[in-house]
Design a protein around this ligand. Structure first.
Ligand code: DX5
Ligand code: ZN
Length: 220
């Protein structure tokens, strides 16, 4: 399966956004991860479709929009219009996730679903046929720079098994506290799509950090 490094721009330096993105791009970033927070679903506010639109002007690397928002259906068309390539709403948001996934698919974009650490795996089963990625949160969503929760390894393993049974092409993405030191363990558990914020943009040499991470996950 393709191994994907997806730097999360939440930790980028916004006064130098273009430089940071270009450095990660040169290092071989496969996706850029856009964390969208509404201050309701999570206790933090970040940015919306305008960031996707801005990123599209900077890079041709695909963009995934992680929607940590209560009402994704209202904004999904705007994210599609802005240029998101993969849109990932949360299963816990107070809405019908099946409807959101259908909406994303009908608009011609790839759909993923995100699961908080406390959410059981069973809820993804009815959705597997319609999705391209499952995003496992390995921290409580809302902030960058938190510590990886070890319990998520078991969840990654189980989800990979379930997907191998039902639709092997679906990516298992992991988000929260992923670093050079734990990326191999998470990969071994079955993840192939690694979202990394502070481990990429917190570093002095962004380009070589991404290059090294890509080397690690591709050579295992
Ligand atoms: C957390 C976000 C993450 C965050 C990851 O709510 O979903 O994507 O940017 O940051 P790190 O890699 O620093 O934990
Ligand atoms: Zn995220």
């Amino acid at each position: 399966m393709k191994q994907i490094i997806a730097p999360s721009i939440l930790s980028a330096d916004f006064t130098n956004l273009e430089q940071d993105i270009k450095a990660a791009e040169r290092g071989g970033a496969d996706y850029f991860h856009i964390d969208v927070m509404d201050g309701h679903f999570v206790p933090n506010i970040s940015y919306g479709p305008i960031m996707v639109k801005t990123m599209k002007k900077i890079t041709d690397v695909p963009l995934d929009a992680h929607l940590m928002i209560e009402n994704p259906d209202k904004y999904i068309p705007d994210f599609v219009k802005a240029g998101a390539d993969l849109i990932i709403p949360h299963v816990e948001a107070p809405h019908d996730i099946y409807r959101s996934v259908q909406l994303i698919n009908n608009l011609g974009v790839k759909a993923g679903i995100a699961l908080n650490p406390g959410t059981p795996i069973c809820c993804i089963e009815p959705l597997i046929e319609q999705i391209d990625a499952v995003l496992v949160m390995s921290v409580c969503p809302g902030f960058g720079g938190q510590s990886f929760q070890l319990e998520s390894l078991r969840k990654v393993r189980k989800i990979r098994e379930l997907l191998d049974d039902l639709k092997p092409s679906v990516h298992v993405a992991i988000d929260g506290g992923i670093k050079r030191q734990n990326v191999e363990e998470v990969q071994k558990a079955g993840a192939n799509f690694f979202v990394m914020g502070s481990a990429v943009f917190g570093q002095e040499d962004i380009e070589n950090t991404v290059r090294e991470l890509k080397g690690v996950v591709e050579n295992r």
